[in-house]
Design a protein around this ligand. Structure first.
Ligand code: FAD
Length: 372
């Protein structure tokens, strides 16, 4: 694609679509975002916001490098957005602590040993070290791994700031417009058919989160992205009971600076069925109170569920898929907040320059994904 004022149509106004739109507008493109409901209405505003580049890493390689780069980009994005919109996105680098009991404690330390071997910023703690680090933690955790550079954001504020900055940069958000199909002419994308008529463009970006497979001609294989429901509980506390994020008991607890504490989450394949269930709530409350007992006294302020865009290999789909003018940016599953910034840079470069300096072979929408 050339860098003349390209008209780009982005399908989906979550963190992925909105941040891509902002970066494309900054690069001089004329961008429209088609959003079925309202920007940020779905997963992106309902995530926990953990930037777990190290604490959720499965091993070294290109995906780890992208996650680390994206975590670093979040720090500068927070500053940039404060300057452009006045919104504080709640970026906090208080670290992430992964803790375990009994036999699981050794497995936990072994799981992250490769990071120590590579000299990354990581520390193994014993029970005494854990108590010193997080006095609010339940008794009985024997070991933990501390990732001081992992961080978190308030995702709802982040998306709001991105959308505001993008609108100021000239992006048009069309709320209440559903994309039905990517329009192809002679094998290239020329726009999008919507429930409000056709929208022409020189390029189309598919960033419709868990719904990406429902846009005809979007993904090569519509089944490659499916919804994975997650339920969350938000508490109100007068004094935050933790200093940083804690992974424990098969879930996580995330303190926010204003006293809110978020705990999650379930991972359920129930199609697009929304809702907080008794079982889901019970599971998340157990994670919260078995990790931080004082949360048993806290007020439950809100509960919600939303849909992660899941792929069977749990890796996002970012790149082209053999149709000129069409770029796919979806399937970020549990890491879309973390990976939003690097995804936006990759897609901007693919749209504007036709290539990227990033190693994205592992993200190819054309890869063969084994069934989970
Ligand atoms: C409970 C939970 C906790 C999470 N915690 C974390 C976390 O701690 N850290 C992290 O990094 N990630 C986390 N995630 C994952 C993260 O939220 C997602 O990966 C990310 O938000 C995906 O962003 P998105 O823009 O692709 O999707 P979304 O935010 O879902 O946006 C997609 C948008 O596309 C719109 N759309 C859909 N179909 C169409 C259509 N046909 N036409 C027009 N618009 C359409 C939707 O309305 C929606 O607004 C969590 C997710 C959940 C559910």
């Amino acid at each position: 694609m050339s860098s003349r004022t390209a008209r780009v149509v982005v399908i989906g106004g979550g963190i992925v679509g909105s941040l891509i739109a902002l970066r494309l507008a900054d690069a001089g493109c004329d961008v429209q975002v088609l959003e079925r409901t309202a920007p940020g209405a779905e997963a992106s505003s309902h995530a926990a916001g953990i930037l777990a580049a190290q604490s959720e890493a499965t091993g070294p390689g290109a995906l780890f490098d992208l996650a680390m780069e994206s975590r670093a980009l979040h720090a500068s994005l927070a500053d940039e957005l404060r300057g452009r919109t006045g919104v504080d996105v709640g970026f906090e680098r208080h670290g992430v602590l992964d803790v375990a009991r009994g036999a699981e404690a050794d497995a936990l330390v072994a799981k992250h040993a490769w990071q120590t071997a590579r000299g990354l910023s990581v520390e193994v703690l014993d029970a005494k070290g854990l108590r010193a680090k997080e006095p609010g933690l339940a008794a009985g955790f024997e070991r933990g791994v501390w990732f001081p550079e992992d961080a978190c954001v308030d995702p709802a504020r982040l998306v709001k700031a991105i959308v505001t900055a993008a609108a100021r940069a000239g992006v048009t958000f069309r709320s209440g417009v559903t994309a039905r199909r990517v329009l192809l002419e002679h094998g290239r994308a020329v726009g999008v058919d919507t429930d409000d008529g056709a929208v022409e463009g020189d390029a189309v970006v598919l960033a419709a989160g868990a719904w990406s497979g429902l846009v005809e001609q979007g993904l090569g294989n519509p089944a490659s992205v499916r919804p994975a429901r997650g339920q969350i509980v938000e508490f109100e506390t007068s004094v935050p009971p933790l200093r940083g994020v804690v992974f424990a008991n098969g879930g996580y607890v995330v303190p926010r600076a204003d006293g809110r504490v978020v705990a999650g989450s379930t991972l359920e394949f129930v199609g697009y069925r929304r809702g907080v269930t008794a079982d889901g709530l019970a599971k998340v409350l157990a994670v919260a109170t078995r990790t931080v007992p004082s949360l048993g006294e806290a007020t439950v302020a809100r509960t919600w569920s939303n849909f992660r865009p899941f792929t069977d290999d749990k890796v996002a789909l970012v790149g082209t898929r053999g149709i000129e003018g069409l770029v796919v940016a979806t399937g970020h599953h549990r890491s879309g907040i973390l990976l939003g910034p690097v995804t936006a840079e990759i897609v901007r470069d693919l749209v504007v320059r036709g290539n990227t300096r990033h190693a994205i072979a592992a993200l190819s929408p054309l890869r063969t994904i084994p069934s989970a």
